[in-house]
Design a protein around this ligand. Structure first.
Ligand code: NIG
Ligand code: FE
Length: 417
């Protein structure tokens, strides 16, 4: 039984995918469109006249000509954590850099200490408002990384928090193990030993947790990520960890080239990573190699904005025919930003994306990064009914305006939330 028909909409969506090169800018636009939803899925797309006649008993939502888009997909966040880093923000404004603060024992390790001290309930409580805010801003699926625990107990607690939040909130969450985020204090100066520990203990434990979690039951994978950078994990260590994760059958991803191009991007490509993320410092040659691969380049304009740093050359990646996705990177240190529309707005201005490219990068291609390309990321028959109704007719407001919220309503799994 069709439960809901959204009618008189201007439907705007990417289709198929993943979308590379020129195809990233392609959108399907249907005027006076209707979308019929049943059991949480999109059953039919047609004209308002057609679908209204076919489903007279369904509940109706009148879009009144406003834009209807797919729910946004945030494919890279660190939104589960405890505590605050506002003090560090003040230090940066007074002249210290993100790396200087990290080298002095601040930065990610401050959030690690707060997260280790927080129980599961507090972790869930502190993260819930951030996720609700993301939902109001149009995001209906969010990847969340561990990486503020860095010991077996706390990494598993972070994963448990992600699972609890997934059950409690009308959002699809996707967990990623980022046990190799930074070297924890008890392994200071022994990054290699910590990588061994992650490979021997944390990785198998996380894999076991995942197998029994609600994620495995729904076909949502657990990926393994690493932060490859000077002062965290070098290329050889990153390669070793990702190879071990791959051998266990996990999709692999890597934070590479945020501050320096060390070679982590090439190592990740050798291991057929699902994505390489950041890319602010990537060389033109690496971006060309990335463009020829099936690995997605994930860029995070809000992090460059917040840190006052260069932006990844997303334009070059797309022009070379590569796969691009956009994310918020939402985290307390480099991007305290829940808004994918703001990330799109910045990407259009400083990474020279067209609004259509930014939208597909934050929907179709982001869903592909998470292994959810068949379920979410576009308004197509058979997919989950995750939809955004904007408060305007021209959907480009999403990337054009900033500082507000043009999302009038969010439908998640066929329900108005
Ligand atoms: O993607 N680069 C490493 N990790 C995060 C920052 C996390 C933090 O500062 O707490 C990032 O930018
Ligand atoms: Fe990150």
């Amino acid at each position: 039984m069709t439960a809901l028909v959204i009618e008189r909409a201007r439907l705007v969506t990417g289709t198929g995918g993943p979308l590379r090169g020129a195809a990233l800018g392609a959108l399907r636009v249907i005027e006076d469109a209707a979308v019929a939803v049943a059991a949480g899925r999109i059953r039919e797309i047609g004209s308002t006249r057609e679908l209204a006649a076919r489903h007279p008993a369904a509940e109706r939502l009148d879009a009144a000509g406003r834009a209807l888009l797919p729910g946004l997909v945030d494919c890279h966040t660190h939104v589960v954590y405890a505590g605050s880093r506002i003090g560090e923000f003040e230090r940066r404004l007074a002249g210290e850099s993100y790396q200087q603060i990290a080298a002095s024992g601040g930065g990610i390790l401050v959030t690690v200490a707060a997260t280790r001290a927080a129980g599961l309930d507090r972790l869930v409580d502190e993260s819930t408002p951030r996720l609700r805010q993301m939902l109001r801003l149009g995001t209906t699926a969010v990847e969340i990384k561990s990486g503020y625990g860095l010991d077996l107990e706390t990494e598993l607690r972070m994963l448990a928090a992600i699972e609890r939040l997934d059950a409690a909130l009308p959002l699809d969450l996707v967990p990623t193990l980022l046990a190799a985020h930074v070297v924890p204090p008890e392994y200071a100066g022994r990054a290699g030993d910590y990588v061994d520990h992650v490979i021997d203990k944390l990785l198998p434990a996380a894999r076991q947790w995942h197998a029994r979690s609600r994620f495995a039951a729904r076909g949502v994978p657990l990926a393994c990520d690493v932060f490859c950078e000077r002062g965290t994990f070098d290329v050889a260590q990153s390669r070793r960890l990702l190879a071990a994760a791959r051998a266990l059958g996990l999709p692999v991803r890597a934070h590479v080239d945020q501050f320096e191009a060390l070679g982590g991007l090439d190592a990740a490509l050798d291991l057929a990573a699902v994505s390489v993320d950041h890319l602010e410092a990537s060389t033109p040659e690496s971006l060309q190699r990335l463009a020829r691969s099936s690995t997605v380049g994930v860029v995070m304009p809000a992090a460059s904005f917040h840190l006052g740093q260069r932006y990844a050359n997303a334009r070059a990646l797309v022009d070379a025919g590569g796969l691009l996705a956009l994310c918020t990177d939402c985290n307390p240190g480099s991007a305290p930003c829940p808004s994918l529309p703001l990330a799109m707005a910045i990407a259009c201005r400083y990474q020279k994306l067209r609004p259509a490219e930014a939208l597909n990068a934050a929907t179709v291609n982001a869903a592909h990064v998470l292994g959810l390309g068949a379920e979410v990321g576009s308004v197509e028959v058979g997919k989950q009914a995750d939809l955004l109704l904007l408060d305007c007719r021209d959907w480009r407001e999403l990337a054009y305006s900033f500082g507000g919220n043009p999302v009038a309503a969010v439908v998640k799994n066929g329900r108005l939330v």
